[in-house]
Design a protein around this ligand. Structure first.
Ligand code: SAM
Length: 339
């Protein structure tokens, strides 16, 4: 099934909670948040029923995210329900790593295939300043546990000028010690990034220049998966890393991903201001075919190129229309939609 730009429906990001145990300044910087009403949050059986609909329509990759997905009680049980489904080629989880060490064995036995841990700095004071919590040790313990149990992982780093742009090489070096490919993400002006400004974005070009000054020649690595957001590169010794240039060179043209929030709202773009309510039909008792018809119609009518539209704006600041809306509707937040 393809959208209006010929993009297939393949990749589903499943946000299992809007709660988080960090307050990263680029994602959840405010003091107060409006949370999704608890009664709206889908039970695992409900999420699983919606996942069946998506798998039936061509989705073959699912990533659990949040908020912090490991805050959702008994998340391995959901992993187990999804991992066994026919048609699924990949099941991954993105976490801040704080609660990972305790759950890693259960996640692996439940059938999780891949882990990505978000880590922006290796400096304890910086970590605390950036996230408001002194949890760097816990994150690193989580990363060590992922290395032990999965043998490899990815580390996602949002690069912000004047905050952590001097840590690109140290993060790659750290990644080597735990068999992690590091992916540097350009700072995005998504909902929640209320402190975003263009001068804080470190572009892919700047990152490559800075790494080349340190390591010498860097060569691009061809990736078979065109829809993967990261451009991959190799250092002379073969170490690879990725850059996700969502701000200066968005990948909208190949974007095959959509997002389901913990309360069953389906978003076709990270920048979309409206979602499709799948919880209401589900709880009304709509059949699988009826919900599939809603999803098909949504995808076939998809025109979204949110990040490209933002880029075309020229004079750009934080995703302004959302600022006022944020308090009224938590769905506009990155932590509700999943990154
Ligand atoms: N709590 C989990 C975590 O920390 O990975 C999953 C949710 S988090 C919203 C997913 C990803 O979105 C993280 O890697 C985070 O760094 C990224 N993210 C959040 N705000 C961002 C922004 N303004 N620009 C770029 N990436 C952002």
């Amino acid at each position: 099934m393809r959208d209006t730009l010929g993009r297939p429906l393949k990749n589903l990001r499943l946000s299992v909670t809007d709660r988080c145990n960090l307050r990263c300044e680029y994602c959840m910087p405010e003091d107060d948040y409006v949370w999704l009403p608890r009664e709206d949050v889908l039970r695992f059986e409900e999420t699983s029923a919606l996942v069946d609909v998506f798998l039936g329509l061509g989705v073959d990759k699912i990533r659990l995210t949040g908020g912090e997905p490991l805050l959702r009680r008994d998340i391995p049980a959901l992993v187990e329900m999804i991992a066994a489904k026919a048609g699924l080629k990949d099941l991954a989880l993105t976490t801040n790593g704080i609660l990972l060490a305790d759950q890693i064995d259960a996640l692996k036995s439940a059938g999780l295939r891949r882990i990505t841990v978000s880590l922006d700095t290796l400096q304890r004071d910086r970590f605390k300043a950036l996230t408001r919590f002194d949890q760097l040790d816990a994150v690193q313990a989580g990363i060590a546990s992922a290395f032990r149990v999965f043998g490899r992982l990815k580390i996602d780093t949002v690069v912000i000028r004047g905050v952590n742009d001097d840590e690109l090489a140290p993060l790659i070096e750290y990644g080597r010690t735990v068999n992690a490919e590091v992916r540097f993400i350009e700072y995005m002006d998504v909902g929640g990034a209320s402190r975003w400004s263009p001068d804080r974005v470190v572009s892919r070009r700047e990152m490559l220049d800075s790494l080349a000054r340190y390591y010498g020649p860097i060569v691009p690595v061809e990736d078979a998966d065109r829809a993967a957001p990261a451009d991959r590169y190799a250092l002379e010794d073969g170490t690879t890393f990725g850059i996700i240039a969502s701000t200066t060179d968005p990948f909208c043209r190949d974007c095959d991903r959509s997002r389901l929030t913990a309360d069953g709202m389906w978003y076709l773009c990270l920048y979309a201001t409206k979602g499709v309510d799948l919880r209401a039909p589900l709880r009304r008792g709509a059949s699988r075919d009826e919900i599939a018809a809603i999803v098909s119609a949504g995808w076939q009518g998809r025109t979204d190129r949110g990040a490209e539209n933002r880029l075309a704006l020229g004079d750009r600041r934080a995703f302004v229309p959302v600022q006022d809306l944020l308090r009224k509707d938590p769905h506009n937040e990155m932590h509700t939609r999943g990154g």
